[in-house]
Design a protein around this ligand. Structure first.
Ligand code: CA
Length: 618
């Protein structure tokens, strides 16, 4: 018996000893970087079995290994590199030693930047954003619908499942988007989401440096970006910093105990963004909103861990530089620590001063939203550094305005009232306006499928201040699917899948009313493209009266009058006298939508539930 015990002990010592010495390198992130960025510092996450027990060296004159951070978790190291200003693009080895013996090596590449990378222009009010969900837009490659090693495969019968749409599908329809007249594309997240369920929506990242193979490869994304730019369009990447997916590779073995905002048991965020600014907020409510998890499948990231903060900032810069991004849409903005978000924006704008980022600050009032825009005069001194926000207050007004009867503050007056509070925004011309998106009921559905109201909403978005965003399928009157919930808000674009019985990408596949809506948007969007008066012109609005709302956009060269009649049946006439401060300067005009010449400005008829856009001429 004793003999066996000794043998077992010997075995354990030997095996255990070997096991302890097992060292491997599984990843370094970012996987490569660039020369010539403004910030010369780079912090690498190094992950691998017992990699924390190694000594690291970098022998190259232009790159200095400043500091090696040993973590409590032996499977990680963080390396602080200093890249000299005159470093040329090159690859250099990062070598890991154990007791003087080389155990791993990584050839790290410093790439050269494209000319003009730092000065890149971004999206602004001269653009119209087309928002699409890649899984639901078009399936260009059936070969990636089911992939080995991925927990969810395509099942078009499941409204909440993956449907197989991909980068190739977007690629195939870039001409469609361009022809429609949109100038920028916001694609909901494409990064790997190897989750068991709901992986199609992309908001549960499981790898921050990898496009989900069911959408394509990193190189496919690069090609998509190239082709988007070749067509004169812009690419906006959707990023999520507040949370990751519960299947993220680091969840099982995080670099630090405080990598996530941990709770004794699962605690959901309250989704109540107002807790961040509420002067009467309880500590418990504030804490739960910020540190609570978005879902049990979406662990809350603790950006107060300095390594995670650096990781996320560098990741965003990596994608801007790698894919040549023209902008970012940032998910769940107020849900992260506000000091971190401010720092993240500042770091990105330091590298790309003209860059635009729009944050999802889902609050319902201009006061609540405007405090998050860069330059806001907040009493607490907070500046988020976020260039743009979504106008959720206007979204609410658009939902109600055209279906309510008109009154002092109801009906079309809602639009007037929202705009009258623009003094709160540091730059109201730079906020993103929309009637719907992937998180809400489609606008058509919300208006009882009344296309007249959709046209009014679009006319408003495309002529008022701000950067309009249109949800895919709006142009063909897409409505919410049979299923309630998110799946219904995100139904497949008809014709996006081989064998679809209806193909709305082609005029012949659309019904007469769909073509009418398509043409309406197509004409307005293409008209808007070079209308500086809409992009940067001033705005003057008149108090709505009897359901008629009139506003003007103007600059030194041009003036456009927009007039809306919100009455259900009554034809109205634009009373010249009331708008004489503008109309007296002009003798005639042209209706942008119908092309009709208007030779008498004194008596312009306005059909019920209609918007007229009239270019005024002297
Ligand atoms: Ca596919």
């Amino acid at each position: 018996m004793k003999k066996y015990f000794v043998l077992t002990l010997l075995f354990l010592i030997l095996f255990g000893g070997l096991y302890c010495q097992e060292i491997s390198l599984s990843r370094i992130e970012p996987p490569f970087w660039w020369t010539g960025l403004k910030n010369p510092e780079l912090q690498l996450l190094v992950c691998g079995k017992n990699i924390g027990q190694t000594d690291v060296s970098v022998y190259t004159p232009e790159i200095k290994l400043k500091l090696v951070h040993v973590m409590e978790n032996p499977d990680y190291l963080f390396l602080d590199l200093l890249i000299s200003e005159n470093a040329e693009p090159k690859s250099f080895p990062i070598t890991f030693y154990k007791e003087g013996k080389k155990v791993a090596e990584y050839l790290f590449e410093l790439r050269g930047r494209e000319t003009g990378s730092a000065a890149r222009k971004s999206f602004d009010a001269s653009d119209v954003i087309y928002l699409l969900m890649p899984d639901r837009f078009s399936n260009g490659d059936a070969g990636n619908d089911k992939l080995q090693g991925f927990l969810e495969t395509a099942d078009r019968m499941n409204p909440d499942g993956r449907h197989g749409g991909d980068i190739k599908g977007i690629q195939n329809h870039l001409d469609y988007i361009k022809e429609l007249g949109a100038t920028a594309i916001w694609i909901t997240p494409l990064l790997e989401n190897n989750m068991k369920k709901y992986s199609y929506h992309g908001y549960s990242t499981t790898d921050y440096y990898k496009i989900d193979p069911r959408f394509g490869t990193n190189d496919d994304y690069l090609t998509l970006s190239y082709n988007i730019h070749r067509k004169g369009l812009k690419l906006i990447m959707d990023m999520v910093l507040n949370h990751c997916g519960s299947q993220h590779w680091w969840i099982a073995d995080p670099p630090a105990k405080d990598w996530l905002n941990n709770w004794p048991k699962f605690t959901r965020t309250s989704y109540r963004s107002s807790t961040v600014t509420d002067p009467y907020v309880s500590e418990a409510d504030k804490d739960k909103f910020i540190r609570g998890w978005f879902d049990n499948s979406m662990p809350d990231l603790n950006q107060h861990n300095p390594f995670l903060a650096n990781y996320l900032i560098q990741n965003s810069i990596w994608w801007i530089e790698f894919a040549g991004l023209d902008g970012i849409r940032l998910d769940t903005y107020p849900y992260s620590y506000k000091d971190f978000m401010s720092r993240w924006d500042r770091a990105i704008l330091a590298e790309y001063p003209n860059f635009n980022i729009v944050g999802e600050c889902w609050l319902t009032t201009p006061a609540g939203i405007s405090r998050w825009q860069k330059g806001a005069q907040n009493r607490d001194g907070y500046d988020s550094n976020l260039p743009s926000v979504f106008d959720f207050a206007l979204y609410d007004a658009l939902r109600l305005g055209f279906k309510e009867s008109d009154g002092w503050s109801n009906g079309i007056s809602r639009l007037y009232e929202i705009l009258s509070q623009d003094f709160l925004y540091s730059d109201p011309s730079h906020i993103v306006t929309f009637a719907d998106n992937h998180d809400v009921t489609r606008y058509m559905e919300s208006q009882g499928e009344d296309a007249r109201k959709l046209k009014m909403a679009m006319a408003f978005l495309l002529t008022s201040r701000g950067i309009p965003q249109i949800y895919y399928g709006t142009e063909v009157l897409m409505t919410t699917g049979a299923k309630n919930g998110d799946g219904g808000k995100r139904v497949d674009f008809p014709g996006g899948w081989p064998g679809d019985s209806v193909n709305c990408f082609s005029p012949s596949g659309r019904t007469a009313v769909q073509n009418e809506m398509y043409d309406y948007l197509h004409n307005l969007l293409n008209w808007r493209k070079d209308k500086e008066v809409i992009h940067t012109g001033k705005l003057t609005q008149f108090i709505p009266r009897d359901g008629v709302y009139v506003y003007f956009r103007y600059n030194d060269k041009e003036t456009v009058m927009i007039a809306m009649n919100n009455n259900e049946n009554e034809v109205k006439t634009i009373e010249r006298g009331r708008y004489s401060e503008f109309l007296d300067k002009f003798t005639h005009g042209t209706d942008v939508v119908t092309g009709e010449a208007i030779n008498d400005l004194s008596n312009i008829p306005l059909q019920p539930k209609t918007a007229r856009i009239i270019e005024l001429k002297k």
